[in-house]
Design a protein around this ligand. Sequence first.
Ligand SMILES: Nc1ncnc2c1ncn2[C@@H]1O[C@H](COP(=O)(O)OP(=O)(O)O)[C@@H](O)[C@H]1O
Ligand SMILES: [Mg+2]
Length: 462
Amino acid sequence: MTITEVLQFADRLVFAHRGKHLDDIQETVIKGVWQGKTYENIAQECNRSESRIRDVGYQLWKTFSESLGEDINKSNFCSTIERLHIQEKSSISSIYRTNCNFNFGSQTLYQYQKYPQDSQIEDITKTTFQDLSIAPTINPTYFYGRTKELETLSDYIFHQKTRLMAVLGISGIGKTTLVKRFIDLNLQNFDVVIWRNLKLVKSLNSLMTDLLKKISIQNQNILISDEQFTEFFDLLSRQKCLIVLDDVQNIFISGKIAGQYQKQHTEYQNLFQAIAQTEHQSCVILISQEKSQEMTALDREVYPIQNLELEGLDNLAGIEIIQEYKLQDREYWLNLNDMYLGNPLYLQYISTLIKDIFQDSVSQLIAEENLIITEEMKQLFDTSYQRMSNVEKQIVLQISKFDDNVSIEDLKKSCSLSSIDIINGLQSLKRRYLLNQTKTNNTLFSLPSLFKEYIKIFQMSN
Ligand SMILES: Nc1ncnc2c1ncn2[C@@H]1O[C@H](COP(=O)(O)OP(=O)(O)O)[C@@H](O)[C@H]1O
Ligand SMILES: [Mg+2]
């Protein structure tokens, strides 16, 4: 739910109850609470006294509680609004499906109290089978930014009817979190939602058996047979399933060029291609730190497949994470977000370090001569480094020696690799999201700053 939607929703409630729209200070309080801020922070940001902000908050919760017939306060405001928003959307779609004439616009307010008891909604929620036991729980209050990415996912899945898509990016960038948030917001739009992690699945065979068992609970009890694939696709056609496979990089070979299937997992490739090419109404989302060949090679015109490659959080969202740690020197928070590339996991690690070692002072960390890599970040980079081919390792070691961006020519001159090795190595590094490329005429490459520092400190010395 975007902040605009939240404000619109709140405004409709307040208008219905009091006959007045939200004023500026009420909007500021709602925005702040939605972003997980304390009354004290909200007061500081808008230059009002804390008691004034508390008072505005109190009046708002009272109005919402009376309008909705349930107890609303600062701590349950976000989850309640989110739930009502989802119910509102299901209600519209169920009503739309049954072709009733229903004027939602100006009539909505009266309907809010009824929604939770609406039998149509119960029907809808009941038909969604979900197995999200190993997916993380996302608290909407602490989920920041990513509005555009959530819209992109909706567009691919609901409008473009994408059957196979990949959410890609470096470790910690927020792939798992984004996809789970998307599910929380869209659960009611699927008949079946299943989340699996390929770190925990032994073989394709066991995955198929498991998925078929789960999906077929919805229908009659289908026997698992040699015809697993046919049955699987039959189920994907009969109902709208969303299947998420997380940590797909686990089925790729370590120590070789990125995104190549391990021998015992080559069948996955056929499965993924078939999911993209076969006609059905479902979607499979692959979450991976490495881009595999079919994530790039399939013809998008003919087969609906899409990639969503995640970059760091935007400044506002990054700052929200830093804010959670109640650090000092607000004027340096943007620098901190830039230095740690808007990667939410790096921001969590570095904020913890600042708390532990620098007494909450962001400026003290920034004053350090080198970029600080925490032990946890080092472990993440170690894992990425170990997964690289020897050629890639040589390339990153070379690039890290240059102060500026490097060209392919520079690399040819400085290391003993053949042109073809260099070019394939660079492509593989890009598929791991460990290489930046300039968009100027002369193609130049560099390493993401933190990764470069890691190579300089921990690998060049070896
Ligand atoms: N949009 C976000 N807002 C706030 N925290 C986030 C966001 N995305 C990710 N995080 C946090 O960052 C950490 C890493 O996210 P995760 O989704 O596990 O990354 P990935 O799957 O890419 O390795 C988690 O602790 C998660 O809570
Ligand atoms: Mg993940």
